[in-house]
Design a protein around this ligand. Structure first.
Ligand code: G3P
Length: 497
């Protein structure tokens, strides 16, 4: 059970979950807490500490001190500890998954998958770090005009310092470890600010790192109100890098952060282009999986279907048949469609749906909502003047726009301010490649729905979808800087012969 057994110390006597600072679980001096509302019951399920700016200062001070020693810890030892944390995390997948069910209404099986996937990510990160951080470059000077071979240049990758990780509510464990593990293997320390919904799952995950035996202060986790500690953290001079996944807040962070590397993933409006020659069964299955998994609350969800008019009726019919079979209800029952994360999210989704209704979209199902639970809805004949054609619902409602040419589909995709992923369904691989090249998105999937994983694949968004590239290798590199040492010789030195 959450907060019991090996996790007992992360909760105080009043049942409020503690924050993690300098290797210890602590109650905030504020004496205040932040409630976490269960999306299903819409009542308070957990409480976390409302930390103060003073507590953030202390955390960053110890993170700076711990990082200096950690950078001197051999790479293989860093990897060993990460492997240990991964094993502990997997061993305790049940209570962590339980938190995900209660805090973010993630279907029970998906919640377990998130934890296991996170353990795998940590292990892969440890292995990749050992490989790529152990290598550098050797350059000689006479390849540049005007130089003799009098200089040998050695490059290596060194840590940045203190990395601030801010994951989103939809993967509070996986998108936390996708920042924590690369940061640690590269020799950085980490300050984690989890999302409010998902904070308790994240605290349990952090405790697995604690149990693994990482040095004091190297990892900390601060909870609280964004209004109190949000800007304070992101603008703190002790922070050397920010890795953020979420929504518009990322734009504000990028404007306020100083001269530090940023890794940002800020959502998408992933288009699914379906051509006349597509395998319509395959496309329909992927539209449903891509559009409705975790009730559409994924950055990489299919968020607009752009289907050629000639196959549109067939596709819509097949998608509707599958939507009909989706189970709707509680995450504990492992339903496909579960309540969306907050009431304000549900209201926002409803706003998009009502706008489309008013402007003449065809509703393939009756619109139905109870509290935060919204039944899956396919909206056909969506037009570009409807908000849902462009905005990201982050919910189980999916617009279909019928197109008359491939160019029309590409144009709609590229007119979006987002550019995370997209997908194309066709049996013609040559056409698929041309379309992929034309789509202004960080990734294009051919004959499958958008997805971030496998987690070692590069993952990046263009335009408002983000800054930088993620994926294990890219994240490790992004959390390092290049250091060069140049050996200057008194006379040119050439190889034998
Ligand atoms: O932020 C990325 C996340 O929303 C999508 O990840 O694994 O569901 O494709 P995934």
């Amino acid at each position: 059970m959450a907060g019991s057994g090996v996790f007992a110390e992360i909760r105080d006597g009043d049942g409020v979950f503690r924050y993690y600072s300098d290797g210890e679980w602590k109650a905030s001096a504020s004496g205040k807490s932040v409630p976490i509302i269960n999306p299903t019951t819409r009542s308070t399920h957990f409480k976390v500490q409302a930390c103060t700016q003073e507590e953030v200062n202390k955390i960053i001070e110890s993170a700076k001190a711990a990082q200096k020693l950690w950078a001197k810890t051999p790479l293989w030892k860093r990897a060993e500890l990460l492997h240990r944390a991964a094993a502990i995390l997997k061993e305790h997948k049940a209570p962590i998954a339980e938190c995900l069910v209660k805090e973010i209404a993630k279907p029970a099986k998906d919640a377990v998958t998130e934890v296991v996937r996170s353990g795998d990510l940590i292990s892969y990160c440890a292995e990749e770090g050992v490989r790529i951080l152990g290598e550098g470059k050797f350059l000689v000077s006479d390849s540049f005009p005007g130089n003799e071979r009098t200089k040998y240049c050695l490059t290596s990758k060194i840590p940045l310092g203190v990395v601030l990780a801010i994951p989103p509510f939809n993967y509070p464990v996986n998108l936390a470890v996708s920042k924590i593990a690369p940061a640690l293997i590269a020799g950085n320390s980490i300050v984690l600010k989890p999302p409010t919904q998902g904070a308790v799952a994240a605290l349990h995950m952090v405790h697995c790192f604690h149990l693994a035996g990482f040095p004091r202060g190297l990892i900390s986790c601060v909870t609280g109100k964004g209004s109190e500690i949000g800007d304070f953290l992101t603008m703190h001079p002790g922070i050397s890098c920010i890795s953020f996944t979420g929504g518009d807040t990322g734009v504000a962070i990028s404007k306020k952060a100083g001269m530090i590397p940023l890794q940002m993933e800020l959502g998408g409006k992933d288009a699914c282009i379906i051509l006349e020659d597509a395998d319509v069964d395959l496309a329909a299955a992927n539209v449903v999986k891509g559009g409705f998994s975790y009730s559409g609350q994924r950055c990489t969800a299919v968020k607009v279907v752009l289907v050629m008019e000639s196959v549109a009726d067939k596709l819509v019919e097949k998608v509707n048949a599958k939507v009909q079979k989706l189970t709707v209800g509680a995450p504990e029952d492992d339903c496909d469609i579960t309540p969306v994360v907050t009431e304000s999210s549900a209201n926002f989704i409803e706003g998009l749906v009502m706008d489309a209704k008013q402007k003449g979209a065809t509703f393939c199902q009756e619109y139905r909502r109870e509290g935060n639970l919204i039944w899956p809805l396919l909206l056909d004949h969506v037009q570009p003047d409807m908000r849902i054609a462009w905005e990201e619902p982050f919910g189980p409602v999916l617009p279909v726009i019928r197109i008359n040419s491939v160019e029309e589909g590409i144009h709609h995709c590229n007119a979006s301010n987002f550019g995370l992923q997209g997908c194309v369904f066709t049996r013609d691989i040559n056409k698929a490649i041309l379309i992929s090249d034309a789509m202004e998105t960080g990734t294009v999937q051919i004959n499958s729905a958008p997805a971030r994983g496998p987690d070692h694949f590069p993952f990046q968004g263009l335009k408002d979808s983000g800054i930088g590239s993620q994926g294990i290798t890219n994240s490790i590199s992004m959390m390092t800087k290049i250091k060069t040492t140049v050996i200057n010789l008194p006379a040119p030195s050439y190889t034998m012969g």
